[in-house]
Design a protein around this ligand. Structure first.
Ligand SMILES: *Cc1c(COP(=O)(O)O)cnc(C)c1O
Length: 458
């Protein structure tokens, strides 16, 4: 039984808060939702003082761990000097220094940073920049208005970024509000090269059919994250870059999930030596402390907006908190930690540990497929993996397994039937082994004990 304080917080939460991506009916029915109170390293503590491994990095954002002293110091120091000042017509030191550092670390060819505050806005900005880039040129170029996307894509929850998305469960209801895209069936999944080749042929055919009408191609490098951790066939990104070059179409990379070390390199594009024309980053950008995002643009895209004032070819876009000095100061410190703490070098043995250990989970009868890119993992549960029969949506199998993992002291959040492992990059090998053990036990408990016995809890 939780303490009176916790019970009071839960009651107030249920009275006043509407949670994202949450069926509130279930939330209200949950007798003991967790109230998180404190974080340290890869661990979260609830209001009862119980520890949990934060295996979703607080929704894919925590990098160096909760409560990292260097990040807290950067935050406090900047907050005392200047809390906020607008980038509309003014500059500030942290936004300048972070832009410089970010561009130095980013794929070559990206030369300007446009700040915003979350992944969705970073993608909206990429989309509007790509569109207006061609509009500003006028003439035949202004006919380039369409975007090529992949089914199962996820680029955020605002209407523009939802238009680029292809996850029916999230996006279908809004279809009448969205602009249409040229959607190609996703080649992401097990990483099958044949699917990659098929998708490339489809993209090329589209580019020929829609010759002169395509503004950009939008892609999640290496992994479609929210789709359930679907893996790209090797070389897909590089081939898409080649096709975009050939047909003079802008390549827009959504590195919101993959960026800042998650894929094993600082940015996923770097694994295939690809420089996109526009690149959106968010999630891990501030180490997980504050909302910040950036859309990186090539010099070519940037120059497409340099025109006499009177021509009205300015990029008329900007959010109130754009370039917030505190967020930028923390992001700069977080980026520095990658060097001073050798974050990526230290990550490699942990990626390797996952690669070694995960396949044994496939021995479980309900683990259908495991997909890994660096430190992002999806474990797909199937009702009958030999016939590839999925669980019914109503089984909420992923949610049940994650709920079970909580009993063992691990916070997980599923994507449908996929158990997602996204621990902070700072997670130790010991913590990783603990996570793997808990995942195995939770999957076993739920899939075998409950469901096979025909007595699904809840
Ligand atoms: C999370 C995510 C977004 C949206 O970011 P928000 O900060 O939630 O708006 C966009 N693209 C990808 C690939 C993501 O994983």
């Amino acid at each position: 039984m939780p303490s009176p304080r916790t019970r009071r917080l839960i009651a107030l939460d249920k009275a006043h808060v509407w949670h994202p991506f949450t069926q509130m009916r279930d939330w209200l029915a949950d007798p003991e939702p967790l109230v998180i109170e404190r974080g340290q390293g890869a661990t979260l503590f609830d209001s009862e003082g119980r520890p949990y491994l934060d295996a979703v990095s607080s929704l894919w954002v925590t990098v160096h761990g909760h409560g990292h002293p260097a990040l807290l110091k950067a935050l406090a120091r900047q907050a005392e000097r200047l809390d906020h000042s607008t980038l509309l017509g003014l500059a500030n030191e942290p936004s300048v220094l972070f832009a410089q550092a970010l561009l130095k670390a980013a794929p070559r060819g990206l030369s300007k940073v446009f700040y915003s505050d979350r992944g969705s806005t970073a993608m909206e900005i990429a989309l509007k920049l790509a569109y207006q880039f061609w509009q500003n040129q006028g003439g035949a170029a202004a006919k380039k208005t369409r975007f090529i996307t992949f089914s199962e894509a996820y680029h955020g929850d605002t209407i523009g970024s939802v238009s680029l998305g292809g996850i029916d469960l999230f996006h279908q209801v809004y279809r009448p509000l969205l602009f249409p895209t040229l959607q190609v069936p996703t080649p992401y999944g097990s990483g099958d090269p044949a699917q990659g080749a098929r998708a490339l042929a489809q993209v090329e055919a589209l580019l020929k059919k829609e010759k002169g009408r395509v503004a950009g191609l939008v892609v999640e490098p290496l992994m479609q994250g929210a789709a359930g951790m679907l893996k790209a066939p090797a070389g897909l990104l590089r081939s898409l870059r080649r096709l975009c070059d050939k047909h003079d179409v802008l390549l827009i990379a959504d590195e919101v999930a993959t960026g800042f070390g998650r894929s094993g390199t600082l940015f996923a594009c770097q694994q295939e030596g690809v420089s996109p024309d526009l690149m959106a980053v968010a999630k891990g950008i501030s180490g997980g402390l504050l909302p910040l995002a950036a859309t990186l643009a090539s010099e070519r895209v940037y120059k497409g907006f340099l025109h006499p004032y009177a021509e009205q070819k300015t990029f008329f876009h900007g959010h109130t908190y754009t370039g917030n000095p505190i967020a930028c100061a923390v992001a700069l410190e977080s980026l520095k930690l990658f060097t001073t703490e050798r974050t990526l070098a230290k990550l490699q043995p942990k990626i390797e540990r996952l690669r070694q250990a995960l396949p044994s989970l496939l021995e479980r009868p309900h683990v259908g497929e495991i997909r890994q890119a660096g430190f992002m993992v999806g474990i797909e549960l199937m009702k009958d993996k030999y016939h590839r029969t999925p669980y019914a949506y109503a089984d909420a199998i992923g949610a049940q397994v994650c709920r079970r993992a909580r009993d063992y002291g691990v916070i997980l959040r599923p994507l449908g039937p996929v158990i997602v492992l996204m621990p902070p990059l700072c997670t130790s090998l010991t913590e990783l082994d603990f996570l793997l053990k808990v995942v195995e036990a939770s999957v076993k408990d739920v899939t075998e004990r409950y469901l096979d016995a025909g007595q699904a809890p809840r």
